[in-house]
Design a protein around this ligand. Structure first.
Ligand code: EPZ
Length: 422
């Protein structure tokens, strides 16, 4: 297994190009199943998650060809069955269910199971499919959805933690080929949902309200192939903005969308990190010493749960008390014990982490546990004195394209090594 070896204490300086969004690319890749014509997707990030989604689409019978960030997917003829081994490994693959149900009128998908940040149920996805007329059967760890004819309907998709991003994506995709009008209430408003809706409209779908809590889809008989540019990854961008603040550097993010990052930029400003727009770029630098701030994760346009861990690393450096409350997932504090190994003073109280910031961090070997927790450990290692070895960085490679290369380009002393060699 590979590790990152980081020699901390170097302020990051320079320019970094933000890749296409993983969480936009995955449902958009699945949406290519809705047509028997080829779809051309630009700026698909080269990640283990996107490579895995290609494998899943090929296992369904689609062909995929990628060169230099452009992916052509052609689902001329497909089958409606994705096996456990494939779906189990990547939760995001659940978003093939809606397209399969719409195209083939049936889908047999293994239940994705939970992951380290929470139970990850799909009850709201299934509620949406049932509202469209699907019969749902769960047996042997598989969910089977089948329908004679998808019929438009209204459905409320709000759950215990608010809207569901992939649930909204799944029901929206299924409804594009349903008969009549579907209204999704309490729809997710994330930019990735808007990007998917834009791609579906380019395919000929009739969608209104994407980005608002009410999305209206009027079914059409068929969708055609389309070409699409994936939006930049706002979570990767937030990660680099925070790394710039944590190392007291100055970093220009090329191609980042400031309008997708308002809550993050606002919180960074409160913590003493200025983020300014310069043309199509964002520039981050400290504007004062770091200050404590309270953060609560919320559905979009609130502070994103996918940036919670990274923000904790920054606030561990800010003298004073910061309270970070995680409202979306039930166990997304796996990074706390590892940050403590670097000297951070953090106590968990139920859904909140009390960060007593300001003590300098010092390097140590730490273990990555999930995608965003790994990013938090890298940020902390960049700011810590001495060497930090972040183990199991396959978690990181799921969602960050060439993070070590990008950080080295900003002057960081970081190397990718085999774990035992480190
Ligand atoms: C998407 O996951 C993202 N993944 C996650 O990013 C992100 O953290 C999450 O949205 C929230 O923003 C992709 O887009 C591939 P949800 P998703 O359904 O759609 C509960 C990353 O790091 N819920 O919006 O699976 C659920 O338990 C990943 O890039 C139900 O109760 O998340 C959670 O508490 C991690 N029933 C809340 O809703 C359901 O049927 C939000 O989950 C579905 C979800």
């Amino acid at each position: 297994m590979e590790s990152f070896l980081i020699k901390g204490g170097v302020p990051l300086h320079g320019e970094v190009t933000i890749s296409g969004s993983k969480n936009a690319a995955l449902p958009i890749m699945a949406a290519a199943l809705l047509t028997d014509e080829p779809c051309v997707l630009h700026r698909v990030p080269d990640l283990s998650d996107t490579r895995f989604m290609v494998k899943i689409l090929e296992s369904l019978g689609a062909t995929a060809r990628s060169e230099a960030g452009t992916l052509t997917i052609h689902a001329r003829k497909i089958k409606g069955y994705a096996d456990y081994d494939l779906v189990r490994k990547m939760r995001g693959s659940i978003c093939i269910a809606g397209p399969l149900l719409a195209r083939l009128k049936r889908a047999r998908i293994s239940l994705p199971g939970g992951c380290i940040i929470g139970a990850r149920p799909i009850n709201l996805h299934l509620k949406g499919f049932a509202a469209l007329g699907a019969k749902i059967k769960i047996e042997g760890g598989y969910v089977e959805a089948s329908v004679r004819k998808l019929t438009g309907n209204s459905v409320f998709l709000g759950g215990r933690a608010g809207p569901t991003v992939l649930g909204t994506a799944n029901v929206m995709m299924a409804a594009t080929l349903g008969e009549g009008v579907t209204v999704i209430e309490s729809a997710a408003c994330e930019p990735e949902v808007v990007d998917l809706a834009n791609f579906l409209q380019a395919m000929g779908a009739n969608i209104a309200g994407a980005g608002s809590p009410t999305i209206t889809i009027t079914g059409v008989p068929k969708l055609h192939g389309a070409e699409h540019n994936i939006i930049p990854d706002r979570i990767e961008a937030a990660t680099f903005l925070i790394a710039a603040g944590a190392t007291d550097g100055e970093v220009t993010l090329k191609g980042a969308r400031g309008d997708h990052l308002r809550a993050v930029i606002d919180k960074l400003s409160e913590a003493g990190v200025a983020v300014e727009r310069s043309g199509a770029n964002l520039v981050a630098r400290r504007k004062s010493r770091l200050k404590p701030a309270d953060v609560t994760t919320m559905p979009y346009a609130g502070f994103p749960t996918d940036v919670q861990a990274q923000m904790m690393s920054l606030l561990a450096l800010a003298p004073g008390i910061s309270i970070i409350t995680e409202r979306i997932f039930e166990s997304r504090f796996m990074h706390v014990s590892e940050l403590a190994r670097l000297g951070a003073d953090i106590e968990i109280e139920g859904p909140s982490a009390i960060v007593k910031g300001g003590r300098p961090l010092s390097g140590a070997p730490v273990m990555a546990s999930d995608l965003r927790a790994s990013a938090a450990l890298v940020i902390a290692g960049l700011a810590a004195k001495g060497s930090t070895q972040v183990n199991r960085i396959y978690h990181l490679d799921r969602g960050y394209e060439g993070m070590d290369l990008k950080l080295r380009g900003l002057g960081a002393r970081i190397a990718r090594v085999e774990e035992q060699a480190a």
